[in-house]
Write a protein that binds this ligand. Structure first.
Ligand code: AMP
Length: 250
């Protein structure tokens, strides 16, 4: 069973985000980039399925600038057998990503596609669902457990206030939630081996897809600075402040 995993290059989740002085975008100058955490979980799940003998080949795909090859090399070090890089410097929206992934799915014919539930830079939470719509494949979003059995995928989904169990016919698209697994770290020998694993490069034009965005980013703002706290002398003073200053109780 071939498994395709989509991995996105994003700002490392440990980095404190800086906004450009003109508020036009997030400042990416000299910022540490990494694999989107939900894509790490997707990679881990694919590798575990392969280790269990359910998966036979894991293919990682990333769409983005040349530097996205760093995240593909990480995917290869984590256990992907080969990688596909669709190179573009355009700011691409989820729909364009889903269209490109549709083409890759058509070429690769995987039995399972695993993507993150959301990219932590744009917070879109759209690509998996759009990919399912475009390919006509079944989808299990926000997965906290995936079991492949008898040509089906049993997916436990994290829904508001509980869990939902569904069964999907394969091929299927699964999007990963936080509790699906705990991703491993790449070991040094695997990082070295990953350098020799195959990495194919394509362009959106090779796949016949127009990636120009219909969305204009107007403004990005940092959250308001936190104000310092105050010490109150008594419960009465606290209640007075909550009532008359913060106006959160009446
Ligand atoms: P989003 O819908 O943009 O929040 O992203 C959800 C998931 O779609 C990510 O976790 C990735 O698995 C996949 N994805 C989004 N953008 C890309 C990209 N540029 N390259 C590869 N995968 C992507």
């Amino acid at each position: 069973m071939k498994i395709l995993v989509a991995v996105k290059r994003v700002i490392d989740y440990n980095v404190k985000i800086r906004v450009k002085p003109d508020n036009s975008d997030v400042d990416l100058t000299n910022v540490k980039m990494a694999m989107n955490p939900f894509c790490e979980i997707a990679m881990e799940e694919a590798v575990r399925l392969k280790e269990r003998g359910v998966g036979t080949e894991v293919v990682a795909v990333s769409i983005g600038p040349k530097a996205a090859q760093e995240q593909l090399r990480t995917a290869l070090a984590l256990g992907a057998d080969r990688a596909i890089h669709v190179e573009t410097d355009e700011r691409i929206e989820s729909l364009a990503v889903a269209k490109l992934l549709t083409k890759v799915v058509e070429e690769e014919q995987p039995s399972l596609v695993i993507v993150g539930k959301q990219a932590i830079d744009t917070d879109n939470n759209q690509t998996g669902q759009m990919l399912a719509a475009l390919t006509g494949l079944s989808q299990g979003t926000f997965a906290s457990e995936v079991i492949i059995e008898g040509g089906k995928a049993k997916v436990t989904r994290e829904v508001d206030g509980g869990l939902q169990a569904i069964e999907l016919s394969l091929p299927a698209i699964v999007t990963t939630d936080l509790r699906l697994n705990e991703p491993r770290y790449a070991k040094l020998p695997d990082i070295m081996k990953a350098k020799k694993k195959p990495l194919d490069t394509k362009t959106p034009a090779d796949l016949g897809i127009e990636v120009a965005s219909n969305i204009t980013l107007l403004k990005v703002e940092s959250p308001a600075e936190r104000q310092g706290g105050v010490k109150v002398g008594s419960v009465d003073e606290l209640i007075d402040k909550l009532k008359n200053e913060a106006k959160v109780i009446s």
